[in-house]
Design a binder for this molecule. Sequence first.
Ligand code: AKB
Length: 313
Amino acid sequence: MKKILIVGAGGQIGSELVTYLRGIYGGSNVIAADLRPNEKLAADGPFVELDVLNQNKFAYTVHKNGVDTIFNLVALLSATGEKNPQLAWNINMGALNNSLEIAREYNCAVFTPSSIGAFGGDFPRDNTPQDVAMQPDTMYGVCKVSGELLSNYYYSRYGVDTRSVRFPGIISNVTLPGGGTTDYAVEIYYAAVKGEKFVCPVRDVYMDMMYMPDALRAMVELMEADPAKLRHRNSFNIASMSFTPDIIYNEIRKRIPEFEMTYRVDPVKQGIAESWPNSLDDTCAREEWGWKPQWDLSSMTDDMLEAIRKKNL
Ligand code: AKB
């Protein structure tokens, strides 16, 4: 990776990935692109206002800057996707299709995250294997499975170096997520620090989660991995922790005993959460490129509370 373009850079993952990659590869080698202007991302490196569905402008940006790696982070998430499935398909698949076509033309590697949302239907909920039938119930999941297949196709048919992980819910303290089923696990920390009662939209359901520093490291380690060792490409199960709302609530209460949580279940989010794995088996990622998480619920909770307190909200 020498010249990197991150599309969808203004989102929850992108806004931190830009900083992380600039720290590794140098500010001028990491171009951030987003639909909307973003002063923060433009402050310490190149920034392009880009609608990824505009294939000509996307291709021009890659060509003009000699880009060799594209991180495609454009996506409508699971809960938003259910409000407007056609829009979710057009954006999620349009961004991926353009990324792959441009990568084919300009010889780029492509990283596109898949998700625990790719699973659905009848499959083992606990320790969900890497390779299992995937019949997702959401448009987000349909896009993720289609994206995995399309990315593998571009690799086998055209030799495009496509790689991906199935992200759990990502927990972070820089940019808020939006429209996801796992968003509660970020929002709960903000409520706790602000001294507010948290109203949780899902109940008694385990979902895999991951702290952002592990997610950032996973993307770089996979993209830097020796291709000869990869038996899978799109997409690897990765895991670090799995909990229910009660479990994360009690972890926060160990530090803030007066914190209160109540439930107002959102049937759409609850249904989605129940259709996803309780926990993933990430053996293949561990064996093929050395994946190993560094954060657990307790260390993440300490770090999240400290970081959010510093924001003086
Ligand atoms: C969502 O909840 O939709 C996402 C995801 C797990 O992919 N955070």
